[in-house]
Design a protein around this ligand. Sequence first.
Ligand SMILES: Cc1ncc(COP(=O)(O)O)c(C=O)c1O
Length: 415
Amino acid sequence: MYIVGEEEVEALAQVVRSGALFRYGVGGECDRFEARYAEWLGTKHVALTSSGTFALTASLIALGIGPGDEVLVPAHTYMATATSVLAAGAIPVIVDVDESITIDPLAVEAAIGPRTKAVVPVHMWGAACDMDAIMEIAKRRGLKVIEDTCQGVGGGYKGRKLGTIGDIGAFSFNFYKNMTAGEGGAICTADDAIAERARCAIDPCHFYWTGRDQDSKPFAHNGGRASELVGAMLNVQLDRLPGMIAAMQAERRQILDGTKHLGNLGLKVAKMNSPDDDCAAHAMFQLPTAEAAQTFASVFPSVISGKTGRHTYTEWDQVLMGEGAGHPEMNPYNMAANKDCRRAYSKDMCARSLDILNRTVMVPTHPKHGPAEIEAIIHNIDVAARVALGDMDRKDAKLREADPLDARKFDMPKD
Ligand SMILES: Cc1ncc(COP(=O)(O)O)c(C=O)c1O
């Protein structure tokens, strides 16, 4: 989610009035955001892009991933995680998630083959991946790590900011994310050479504006540059971010505390890899069966992770169909260099993930929830869990007014 107020309107108006909408030469907002965000993240480089998808593609290209390489991606993520691998010419290999609904380190280890070059842990729904385990495997087995932090903007892992732990991190600032400019994205890295290659992918002509380090070899790419409007808006959004994350963390703590008695009935809190640091965008629970999860969601409208319609590998049509590009010769699935990569997918290949995802319900938090709404959410979870777990008759289920999804409407009140 995001919050937008008058400050954003004013920041955008200033850029429009100044006429300096291009980041190079005339602007300054993108540069300012990149420097501030890098400092806030605690890393060296941030480079803005036009989208999170492009940030992922630029990240893979920056790391030299391409034809002949396999990249491990989780069974549960927005399809851009997998399609960006294809955009780099490599092949995504889909691996299971665990009860945190993020990539399972054991599945990562088991999936590594002779062609595997990288892994993309996705901090899904703001929940942090098990980065200690993933980094240990990556180091031992020689894999690059690209953190897909598109849904984890502002979150952390054991005191470090999400996106800064692997070789490179990719962020999205689209309409649904914790910081937004409508569209937008960024990469972050501590490595000068990786940053330079990413900047070249983002704008092959950026040397013209910023000068070129003669040691770095430019290459052609499509480009996905950000405008000053994006930079200006994100400079305001960054000021809001820490308060939003803290509010969501406090709300989730209250929800988990207020519902812990339901553990005895069989409502499990989903595994959290860094409960004090992640975005806490949802309180996540696992029910014993998919049917129980459906009942829970039918009583108290909430999201079943496996039923969003677009975040599970069974819904990534292009990938399952082997349509990896618009032209057959550019399709990584047809490339000779990829003939030894694993290219077969089936809808039941990650049955364990499907089981977990279809049993997981996500109750969204929101920075604007007040004490009454949080109390109502706790009450509603109690009622829904009792009905789902056979401890209450559905006719006795009385919800309180607090539709958490309603708080995500996009006409947020002005600050
Ligand atoms: C996990 C994940 N990766 C990548 C993306 C792509 O970001 P964008 O929509 O900015 O291209 C998204 C966006 O929804 C996402 O949720």
